[in-house]
Structure formats: structure tokens, C-alpha cells
Design a protein around this ligand. Structure first.
Ligand code: 13P
Ligand code: SF4
Length: 309
């Protein structure tokens, strides 16, 4: 592991001064993961955000993740190094559109993947992450028709796992849908016998090629326990840093797309070490939210956190 740079040391010093905790998603660049107190998936990060007794939460991830931290722990200052770090899934489902659909189709049980805005969470019955989606959907009474928003791929995967039809919002992760059958076939030929682990945001034909489909956190467990010493990891490339740090004895091959050997999420990669230092130094940009929306958005998150224990 590379020694820390002066900028990274400065971040650790500022973190102490501010009594801050740094939470980083598995897709963040390696130098950010190195200075984080916790690196994990959306679910693990939500639990950490809820439980922390630090004064300041610095969320190195995208906007909906930092917003979730604020919803579950509103008395804390929540900082996001780059306020424009959005998410194509979240953008695909504006609250007004969801509201109009729900009004036109009354009685639906709305399950929202955590990759959505506070406004969408406030309109939902329960939230899920890729780590607990099946477990959450299983708890919904059988006589209720489910509307799953905003990821049609994760929704389709859950629906197949449970053999339960669901209405799917037509959103997708722009990065994960770039993985193609052709690109994964090629990499499988280059690493014969290597198992494939894929994120459920991938399209069905790609998921069908995987030995395991799971959240980024569960990928760590899969890679640790699988007997193979080479594993093909079909998700955002930042995941490889986490895997290499925790399982240094194995080789991880980033899932390629048709055009590139790797696949970075342009939003996740907007955070830089410099922006992380600046946000701790200047205590901005901060996540703020209407208190009414926050309370409405908290109810389905709380339900998820309870159901998913
Ligand atoms: P995980 O919860 O599996 O980390 O997924 C988050 C995400 O944004 C996937 O694109
Ligand atoms: Fe959103 Fe996809 Fe980026 Fe995850 S990888 S933050 S789902 S755009």
C-alpha cells in the first residue's frame, strides 16, 4: 500500500479537529478509500451514518447517499465533497413523475431502491439497497401489487428471484448497462475458469452469465470464500481497490465494456482528494433538506433498516 501523501495527512488532521467521520463508497478512488473510517456499500454506509457519534459526516459517494445520511441522522453536519455528484438512476425518477404515476394507479406498494432522491423516498412505502432488496420485497404482503423504482434491472432481478411480478420504473444505471454479453464473453475467454460476480444493476443477459449476482459488499465475501485465485468483477472499477486491499493474494479483473477495459461511474469519480480536504477545511458543501420531506423520507428508510437487520 502506498504511503499517505501530505494532502491525505492533512485530511486526517482536519478530521480530528472537526470530530468528523469519513464514510466512503466502494466506488471511490483509492486515495479516498485509504483515508476513510469506513468503506462499504449503500446499506453498510447507511447503518454507519445512523450510528455515528461524530459531529460531522463527510460522505465520499454520490448525492443520494449523503442525503440518506442526513435523513437518518439530521443533527449532524453532512458534507459531500462534490455537490454535483449525482446518479443516473436517481435522475430517472423525478418525484413529480412518480407522484403522477401513483395517483393514476392507486393502491401500489412502492419499493424504492436507495438510489433516488429524498423526494422519491418520501413517496415510497419502503426503501431497499442491492444488498437487501430480496429480503425487503419478501416482507411485502402477497396481495399487494409492487411498484419498484427507479432501477428496472435490479427490479427485474428481484422479481425473478421471488417469482413475483412487479411493475418496474424504466430507469437504469448508465454505467452498469454498458457491460455487454460480448465484452464479458471476451474477458471470460482471456481468464478461463475465473468466476464472474456481477452487480444486479447489470442487464439480465449479463447477470445470466454471472456465477453470483450481489451488492458490492457481498462481492467481498464472495471473492474471499471462492476457491479461484482470479475473479472477474462486473461492477464499477473502484470496487477493485477495496478487493485488492482486503484480499491481496487474489487477482481481480475489472469487468470490461465494449469500448474500455474498465468502467468508472462519472459521478462517483467527481470526488477528489483535494475536494475532500477543501470540504473538511471550509465545512461546505453541506446537505440541507426540508424537515417535512426529511421526516417523510425517514419512515420508509427506518422500515428498511428494521426489516433488514
Ligand atoms: P451497492 O449498494 O451495491 O454498493 O451499490 C451502489 C451503487 O450505486 C451501485 O451502482
Ligand atoms: Fe448511480 Fe450507477 Fe453511478 Fe451507482 S454507478 S452512483 S447507480 S450512476
Amino acid at each position: 500500500e502506498a504511503p499517505l501523501t501530505a494532502l491525505q495527512e492533512e485530511i486526517l488532521e482536519l478530521k480530528k479537529q472537526r470530530n468528523a467521520v469519513i464514510l466512503a463508497h466502494n466506488y471511490q478512488i483509492d486515495p479516498i478509500q485509504q483515508v476513510a473510517d469506513f468503506v462499504g456499500d449503500s446499506l453498510g454506509l447507511a447503518y454507519k451514518a445512523e450510528a455515528t457519534d461524530a459531529d460531522v459526516i463527510v460522505f465520499c459517494g454520490v448525492h443520494f447517499m449523503a442525503e440518506t445520511a442526513k435523513i437518518v441522522n439530521p443533527s449532524k453536519t453532512v458534507l459531500l465533497p462534490e455537490l454535483n455528484a449525482g446518479c443516473s438512476l436517481s435522475d430517472s425518477c423525478p418525484p413529480e413523475k412518480l407522484k403522477a404515476y401513483q395517483d393514476a394507479n392507486p393502491g401500489l406498494y412502492t419499493v424504492a431502491y436507495i438510489n433516488c432522491s429524498a423526494g422519491v423516498k418520501a413517496l415510497s412505502d419502503v426503501i431497499c439497497t442491492s444488498g437487501n432488496a430480496v429480503k425487503i420485497a419478501e416482507r411485502i404482503p402477497a396481495d399487494r401489487q409492487i411498484l419498484f423504482v427507479p432501477d428496472q434491472n435490479l427490479g427485474n432481478w428481484v422479481s425473478k428471484q421471488l417469482d413475483r411480478p412487479m411493475q418496474l420504473w424504466p430507469g437504469s444505471c448508465y454505467a452498469h448497462v454498458l457491460f455487454s454479453v460480448r465484452a464479458i464473453e471476451k474477458v471470460k475467454m482471456a481468464f478461463p475458469g475465473a468466476p464472474v460476480v456481477a452487480h444486479p444493476e447489470c442487464v439480465e443477459a449479463v447477470r445470466d452469465m454471472a456465477d453470483e449476482v450481489c451488492s458490492t459488499e457481498k462481492m467481498v465475501g464472495f471473492c474471499r470464500s471462492h476457491p479461484s485465485d482470479t475473479i472477474i468483477v462486473v461492477t464499477e472499477t473502484g470496487m477493485i481497490h477495496r478487493l485488492q486491499r482486503e484480499i491481496p493474494e487474489k487477482t481481480f479483473v475489472a469487468g470490461p465494456t465494449d469500448n474500455c477495459a474498465c468502467n468508472d461511474c462519472r459521478y462517483m469519480k467527481m470526488n477528489t482528494v483535494e475536494k475532500l480536504r477543501n470540504c473538511l477545511r471550509d465545512m461546505t458543501p453541506k446537505i440541507t433538506m426540508d424537515e417535512g420531506v426529511r421526516q417523510q423520507a425517514y419512515a420508509p428508510i427506518k422500515r428498511m433498516l428494521e426489516w433488514s437487520k
